[in-house]
Design a protein around this ligand. Sequence first.
Ligand code: NAD
Length: 501
Amino acid sequence: MSTTEPTTARRTVLTSVNPATGEVIDTHPIADEEAVAAAVAKARTAAASWGALSYSDRKRYLLRWSTRLVEKSDELCDLIHLENGKTRDDAFLELLLTLEHISWAAKNAEKVLKTKKVSAGALMSNFGAYIEQRPLGVIGVIGPWNYPIYTPNGSIAYALAAGNAVVYKPSEFSTGIGNFVAQAFAEANPELPDGIFTTINGYGETGAALVRADIDKIAFTGSAATGKKIMAAAADRLTPVLLECGGKDAVIVAADADVTAAADAVAYGATMNSGQTCAGVERVYVDASVRDKFVAEVKRILTDVHPGSDGKAAYGPMTMPSQIDIVRRHIEDALKNGGTAVLGGLDSIKGAFIEPVVLVDVDEDSAAVREETFGPTVTIRTVNSIDEAIDLANDSTYSLGSTVFSRKHGLEIARRIKAGATSVNSVLGFAAISALPFGGGRDSGIGRIHGAPGMLEFTTPHSIAVQRFAIPGMALMSYSRTASTMKLLRRVVPILHGRNK
Ligand code: NAD
């Protein structure tokens, strides 16, 4: 190729591939800047009518969408298996959790967002004071591929229930799935205008165009690196951001833990979905007194757990080929830095499929402990006290989920962990309870999805102060204010605020 030729031709078509076989599944036209702007303009028009509907009307439309997804569940789970690689059972579980959230958002929007009357205070007692939560308008949603329906739905269903229109860019690794879900909304509600929930397809450039477009908020789920780029780009128009990024979640196994249950949870939490779970188990800190039993039990369980593409597989292939190199680098680094693989090792990587890898005594500064691995691996470190376990668990740039196993001190330990959520004596419990907000801090992101806080993310408060009657001489914000009013205020203020000792 001559150096004058462009090195990257502009892509117009996105090819969707089966990660297990490399076979092409489908192609999708890529939305360029103009197409993104057109989708957002259409959504803006649709938002006006959708936002004006009553909560009960929106509830009806959202629940019809759920019913449509249930009717098409076999087809959808087949597509998830094909395009994402996960097992059909895991796909169904993901659908179930998605339906739970649609239902919660649809049924709770009114309760969470209805106008609230608040006290106007003594000085303004002639006023009625109200907070109305208004939809923002058009929400841009950018999704990842690892939970291609559950994760973006944490923004989509809640934004819709709050009265917004949604323009959704699915991951380039789950485009067919994203379009299927949006199509189901349209099929379930043929009488609704176009544009309430639409998709735009493409790679990162299409996502970047959505961030630059005339949207009212961007709700992003993906890596911290992309999240930072999105926040920087959104600053240009001061577009608010909701960022759900990665994690490096720790599990603490205390001396009084049910060791068998803890091992079961860690084995599953570390490897399910090939370890491609933002709040999956990546690090374990286990008390020295139960360490040997715990490690032996994790190893025993995972010896019988294997990836594959057939009905017997516990989990599927790595969805994104580039992630395999990251997993390899982390295993190499862990072994170079004093770690030992008690199960598997570098030869566990077999093309797109990675067998479970259990690493013990890995240096805390190695990539396997500091960076998100996103593969079916786990590091286990022995600790001598709960304080040490908590310090190590909290020593991370990420702060998303966490888990504690302790019969007597679970809550106490949970309260000392710096994370957005903690599951006590189970793994990932918080992700399956719709009313609980989900999200993290630092490199794990900004804001929350799910529950009432997740609904409020897609609204803006509108404060309304209504003067119900005038108090003669008490027009504080008027040039008609009298000297005697000020005299009265000077007497009242010490009574109201000057007696706190
Ligand atoms: P990614 O950051 O590579 O991509 C996510 C999305 O961003 C994709 O749709 C991609 O096309 C788009 N994108 C890429 N560059 C962009 C840009 N410059 N502007 C706008 N959009 C852009 O992440 P991924 O590999 O798809 O997903 C895996 C990551 O997601 C992991 O870090 C995982 O932990 C995280 N994740 C977090 C949560 C959570 O709720 N916190 C849930 C699932 C996954």
